[in-house]
Design a protein around this ligand. Structure first.
Ligand SMILES: NC(=O)C1=CN([C@@H]2O[C@H](COP(=O)(O)OP(=O)(O)OC[C@H]3O[C@@H](n4cnc5c(N)ncnc54)[C@H](OP(=O)(O)O)[C@@H]3O)[C@@H](O)[C@H]2O)C=CC1
Ligand SMILES: CC(C)(CO)C(=O)C(=O)O
Length: 303
């Protein structure tokens, strides 16, 4: 039996928790504070119109040693989520973050120790949450592993087996840091553009004008990545739009568009702002990201 604590039963968390819940060899805890638990128990959570049967618990109700904690909160919520995790883990517990951006692995390492943290992300999932209803057509692919995976470690193999039984597509790339930056490039390219223009995935797919802005923002990430010794290449941009973006549902919405529509603070500080910060260090100019950052920031100030 593998014990997993999930923290963050939102768009991404509900999809993966629901899939993990079908695997009888996984004991799953959806860990949350008292207030959220009361709401989740009362209102439940539906995925694609079907009620889920999830085990909502507060930290004091976790009575087993936890093998893995998987975080699926927003970057802005990670600190509170780590506080919540603190009392349910021991020195054997491994941590995995599926958060977008290039910050969460570092933040988890600072709190729990680098050797206990795996790298992770999910690409291509088109999960949209509306109160306690989550819809998706495509679960995407979960990329995870140690920072480098020339040899796949036992804890990664164990988790790979869990994902396979739960029918969650997963890949363990050799270079997870590069994979994380690749996803960062994607989010920097598509999230702000869809949020500012209020466009679904399908609208972005069909608009040459919007795609052009996204691609220019992604190009700036590549320049910044390359000066940070991360080998992203320009061909990855078209590969993403051809191989991944063609699969996501037409009416799917990026997490940033969902935040802006719900008048929630988005992850702008973890996407465009991070590009600007790293670019400044290396003396690189990133005007497209500066513009996108300003537009999203302006929206958020009106909430
Ligand atoms: N949506 C998408 O399609 C994709 C999102 N991502 C990334 O995944 C991450 C999660 O995004 P997404 O699922 O959209 O976000 P959501 O806002 O839909 O979900 C986050 C969930 O975490 C819960 N939460 C927040 N703080 C805590 C806490 N302290 N304890 C327990 N639960 C908590 C929230 O509860 P409450 O609602 O009560 O605040 C919410 O249900 C982000 O980094 C995002 O960029 C990656 C790929 C695709
Ligand atoms: C780009 C996308 C939709 C990929 O799943 C995503 O990561 C997000 O919405 O934040």
């Amino acid at each position: 039996m593998t014990t997993i604590a999930m923290i963050g039963i939102g768009a991404v968390g509900a999809v993966y928790t629901n899939l993990l819940n079908q695997d009888e060899t996984t004991e799953l805890y959806c860990v949350m504070d008292d207030k959220r638990k009361e709401r989740y128990v009362r209102e439940g959570m539906n995925v694609n119109g079907k009620e889920t049967k999830l085990n909502y618990v507060t930290p004091s109700e976790v009575n087993k040693e936890i093998d893995y904690v998987i975080f699926t909160v927003k970057n802005t919520q990670l600190h509170a989520a780590m506080d919540l995790a603190q009392s349910i883990v021991d020195e054997r517990t491994t941590f995995l973050s599926l958060l977008n951006g290039i910050d969460s692995e570092r933040e988890l390492s600072e709190r729990f120790g680098e050797d206990r943290v795996l790298y992770g992300l999910t690409n291509g999932i088109d999960a949209t949450k509306n109160l306690h209803d989550v819809f998706y057509t495509y679960p995407g692919t979960l990329y995870f592993g140690e920072k480098r995976n020339e040899q796949v470690t036992e804890r990664v193999q164990q988790l790979q087996a869990v994902f396979e039984r739960a029918q969650i597509p997963s890949v363990v790339p050799v270079d997870m840091e590069r994979q994380l930056w690749h996803k960062f490039m994607v989010n920097v390219g598509v999230n702000a553009v869809t949020a500012i223009s209020r466009s679904t995935h399908g609208v972005l797919r069909d608009s040459e004008e919007l795609l052009n802005v996204s691609k220019r923002a992604m190009n700036e990430v590549i320049q910044v990545a390359n000066t940070s010794n991360i080998a992203l290449t320009e061909s990855m941009i078209d590969e993403f739009f051809e191989n991944v973006w063609t699969k996501v549902g037409y009416s799917g919405k990026t997490s940033m568009l969902q935040d802006i529509e719900a008048k929630r603070k988005s992850e702008n500080d973890y996407f465009a702002k991070r590009v600007i910060e790293v670019a400044q260090k290396h003396g690189i100019s990133v005007p497209v990201n500066e513009t996108l950052y300003a537009f999203v920031h302006h929206e958020e100030k009106r909430f």
